[in-house]
Design a protein around this ligand. Structure first.
Ligand code: HEM
Length: 517
């Protein structure tokens, strides 16, 4: 694994030494194919470079008994810039240094290109015949950039308005969650079934309210698989997520023939598509009739779908379905993961929890959400710190329109650059006591000169996450409710992240919710 590429000429002038692309160190794909297996669960999720992905997956297939390693092992071995070379596919460069990440973002251009979920992209292009552009999270090519930009603009403002209008509903859902914990915890004050699942329902109910202006009430029921459309939407989201994770990791044979995971993906994405489509049609009818159908809970002022149908940059029904499906798939899973880790860290780090309790003890849970950040600096620091230690999206990618020089290496335009952002955010060189949950590091009095690209859980630039504000508000509101009511404890082994396209805790979340007296 230590072999480097053969030496090639160095381009040199007096001030600047630029090493050619061939000089970038890294493993040789085909010679050491089995070595790729250990990284595939991270890489496989976002690669779209066909043949190399297959090569990586062959390694996975051949070495299924080998333990998985973190991407950081590659950096430990080859340095901050690592190249995967493939004689049959495009090359990939991996980076983890904040300065290099910043440089990539600076050169991303007006319509940044990133790799995405191959399976979802293929579902849209082949199965639904959506050609050229497949939604906000899609890869983009040079011709679909404008469409993405228009769509993003058309969504941004209505989304923020919808959050504002649904605040009291989001608060009710947080209240419901804390009550439910009270009812279902066992004699050890733990949620014996699955705390992650309950958080997932909370995230779905809250985001569902923002996206559809409707109450889904999944937290209210154990019967989530009933045939009613609302619970079927929840069920389909869960199943579609599982299927995407299966398709994205391991051998991508679904590209060659239909596997059970691919069939499941098609079935549940179709179902999501149909159910979201029904909401869009209802909104269209409602607008056409000019009436407000109180029975289905629509209100012109707070319905995101109606706002997108009627806004300045109108979106058509098909685009709206795709946008909402992306936001559900990304949003519900990322918020659930982030909230899980936040509770875990607060339960594990009692000192931080005590300081947080002091800050929020007297805060009115129905606080005006625009004031949350200003009134709860320590809570915001806790959220930031949990996202630093366990960002739900651990790697980000870009394909640049121009050549770039990183660490003196010339990287040609069109190379897939994978930025291992989680690796950067937990690296000791970037943070003191990097493995420790220490919210104070983000507070002014205690702040250090951390590099602003060392932790970017929501990404950066033109394609930065659309849901940052919603996520932070939702997480703040639930944390206030929980910490005011319960003291959290955790008495078991350390929890890490799984390595799937959206990571989550790799062990059951056995957090204790002890009543505060
Ligand atoms: C804690 C929660 C969340 C985290 C950590 C997160 C993180 C991210 C990251 C890292 C990206 C890629 C950014 C880049 O490539 O530079 C992204 C994109 C995106 N996120 Fe989030 N996200 C979260 C919640 C949400 C929510 C709730 C929504 C929906 C309301 C959402 C919608 C999106 C969309 C639509 C994109 C694609 C944007 C584009 O390419 O133009 N995210 N998110």
């Amino acid at each position: 694994m230590t072999e480097m590429y053969p030496k090639s000429p160095i381009v040199q002038n007096k001030e600047l030494v630029v090493l050619s692309f061939d000089e970038v160190p890294g493993p040789k794909a085909f010679k050491y194919i089995s070595n790729f297996r250990q990284y595939i669960s991270e890489l496989g999720t976002q690669l779209t470079v066909g043949m190399l992905t297959v090569a990586l997956n062959v390694g996975s297939y051949m070495n299924s008994k080998k333990p998985l390693k973190n991407l950081s092992a590659l950096f430990d071995e080859y340095g901050p810039v690592v190249r995967f070379v493939s004689p049959v596919g495009g090359d990939i460069v991996l980076i983890n240094h904040p300065e290099h990440i910043q440089k990539v973002y600076a050169m991303e251009g007006d319509y940044p290109i990133r790799s995405t979920l191959d399976s979802l992209e293929r579902y849209r292009s082949r199965h639904r015949n959506i050609s050229n552009y497949g939604g906000l999270y899609s890869v983009l090519n040079y011709s679909s950039g404008e469409q993405w930009s228009r769509q993003r603009l058309a969504v941004l403002n209505p989304l923020h308005q919808a959050v504002k209008h649904q605040m009291s509903g989001i608060n009710d859902i947080c209240d419901k969650f804390t009550q439910k914990i009270y009812n279902i915890r066992n004699h050890q004050d733990e949620v014996s079934k699955d705390l992650y699942k309950e958080l997932h329902k909370w995230a779905f109910d809250s985001l569902g309210l923002v996206l559809f202006a409707k109450r889904f009430a999944m937290l209210d029921t154990e019967l989530v698989y009933s045939q009613c459309d609302r619970s079927w939407l929840y069920h389909s989201l869960e199943k579609a997520t599982d299927a995407i994770i299966k398709c994205e990791s391991g051998l991508h044979i679904w590209k060659v023939f239909s596997t059970p995971a691919w069939n499941s993906l098609v079935k549940y994405c179709d179902s999501l598509d149909n159910l979201i489509g029904k909401h869009v049609i209802e909104a269209e009818n409602d607008l056409t009739c000019g009436s407000k159908d109180i029975a289905i809970g629509f209100n012109d002022n707070n319905c995101l779908i109606k706002a997108m149908l009627t806004g300045e940059d109108k979106l058509n029904a098909e685009d709206i379905v795709t946008v909402i499906m992306d936001m559900l798939l990304i949003g519900v899973n990322t918020i659930t993961s982030s909230m899980s880790f936040l509770l875990y860290y607060l339960a594990k780090y009692q000192r931080a929890q005590k300081i947080l309790f002091k800050e929020i003890d007297k805060v009115d849970p129905n606080i005006d959400y625009t004031k949350i950040t200003e009134m709860t600096p320590y809570l915001q620091a806790c959220i930031k710190e949990a996202l630093r230690l366990a960002p739900p999206i651990p790697v980000l990618t870009r394909i640049l329109p121009k050549n770039i020089t990183i660490d003196k290496y010339n990287i040609p335009r069109g190379t897939l650059i994978i930025m291992s952002t989680q690796d950067a955010s937990v690296k000791e060189g970037n943070y003191d006591d990097a493995a420790v949950f220490y919210p104070e590091r983000w507070l002014k009095e205690d702040s250090k000169e951390y590099h602003s690209f060392a932790s970017i859980p929501f990404g950066y630039g033109a394609r930065k996450c659309l849901g940052q504000n919603i996520s932070e508000v939702m997480m703040s509101m639930l944390t206030i409710r929980i910490i005011q009511k319960y003291k959290l404890e955790y008495h078991y082994g350390d929890i890490g992240s799984t390595r799937s396209f959206i990571s989550k805790p790799n062990k059951p979340l056995r957090v204790r919710f002890v009543d505060r007296i």
